[in-house]
Write a protein that binds this ligand. Structure first.
Ligand code: ADP
Length: 332
């Protein structure tokens, strides 16, 4: 069976899509080299799905991916592509794949990119394997995503610096981190940086995290404090929204806001992200050779797993309550 499939997949395309994350280059390198080892032709597609619609496709040899494992961002560039959301746009993308003789695709990206991959794979019965490339760590079925560890380390370094000034001035700092609807960066970033609390989307509807924090911790013993807040409406408008509330409800505090923004996406990937991306990249080619279709490569208990797109996208990855408890205990 494997031999049949090996002959069926002679040429793979690889693209990065949506928000970039550190480690995407390590993944591109691993996918390319694994495919070349199996005598496949490799085509790099620039600017995500947009590059399929506008025909930005080049041949990749092993040297095209030399000296990139340590670089942040993605050498294939990335983009958001509205046209790919339409059947007409996806038809153009399919025609491009046919024109180049590409018979399988590896897509590296987040929730949106894998949603697009799933729709496309079903529409054209086209083999696609996804790799979870997002700093948010919000894909179900994998313990971690490519870029998450690096972003967490970046957050930790930034918060360490902000703490110096927060302590000197006895201020209450709200630091906004990325994550959209997922609080992994805020929660684990808080633990790693010794922050007093995290305000995360997962529990926003269950309790008032701000008043809990002020009444049970900050109000009693602390003169300066750092709280990490996940961006977005669910947490009450991110750090700025929470700070506005404090100014009104607890005017005794000297409040400051810091938004870490895009610097969280940048930088050289950590060792962990490089290793993760390399293992997942190799696994993507193995999966295609084993006739796996419409799956995301994940890692669970240090073992590679195959997660159907439907599960990875639709299911919510829950926050580990042990971690929340640990933060509550150590921040008192
Ligand atoms: P991420 O992959 O980081 O979550 P986005 O949510 O911006 O990033 O998605 C990246 C791209 O994936 C979009 O610009 C679009 O081209 C494609 N995509 C996302 N959702 C869909 C969808 N429902 N149908 C088709 N394509 C989609």
């Amino acid at each position: 069976m494997r031999e049949d499939i090996m002959s069926a997949i002679q040429c793979i395309g690889i693209l990065t899509s949506g928000g970039d994350s550190p480690g995407m280059n390590a993944a591109i390198r691993a996918v390319t080299r694994a495919a070349l080892q199996h005598s496949m032709t490799v085509k790099g597609i620039y600017h995500g799905y947009k590059g399929l619609i506008t025909n930005q496709v080049v041949n990749f040899q092993t040297r095209d991916v030399s000296n990139i494992i340590q670089r942040g961002g993605t050498i294939l560039r990335t983009a958001r592509c509205e046209e790919f959301r339409t059947p007409e746009g996806r038809k153009k993308a399919y025609e491009c794949l046919q024109e180049h003789g590409i018979n399988a695709l590896v897509v590296i990206g987040g929730d949106g990119s894998l949603t697009g991959a799933r729709i496309f794979a079903q529409e054209f019965n086209f083999p696609i394997v996804g790799l979870p490339g997002t700093i948010d760590n919000d894909l179900y079925g994998t313990d971690v995503t490519i870029g998450y560890d690096t972003a967490l380390n970046t957050i930790m370094e930034c918060v360490d610096k902000i703490r110096d000034t927060a302590t000197s001035h006895e201020r209450l700092f709200f630091i906004e981190v990325m994550g959209r609807e997922a609080g992994f960066l805020a929660l684990n970033g808080s633990i790693a940086s010794g922050a007093e609390a995290a305000i995360i989307p997962e529990i926003s509807s269950q309790r008032d995290q701000l008043s809990d924090m002020i009444e049970h911790s900050f109000n009693t013993s602390k003169t300066s404090s750092i709280v990490l807040v996940t961006e977005g409406e669910i947490t009450g408008g991110g750090a700025a929204g929470v700070a506005e509330r404090v100014k009104k409800e607890y005017p005794q505090f000297d409040v400051r806001v810091s938004i870490l923004g895009h610097l969280q996406r940048g930088g050289s990937p950590s060792a962990q992200d490089r290793i993760l991306a390399t293992r997942m990249g190799v696994a993507a080619i193995d999966a295609l050779l084993d006739d796996q279709r419409n799956v995301m490569i994940g890692i669970h208990n240090d073992t590679i797993v195959h997660v159907p797109f439907s599960k990875a996208i639709k299911n919510i990855k829950s926050i580990n309550t042990d971690i929340m408890r640990a933060l509550e205990i150590v921040s008192k």
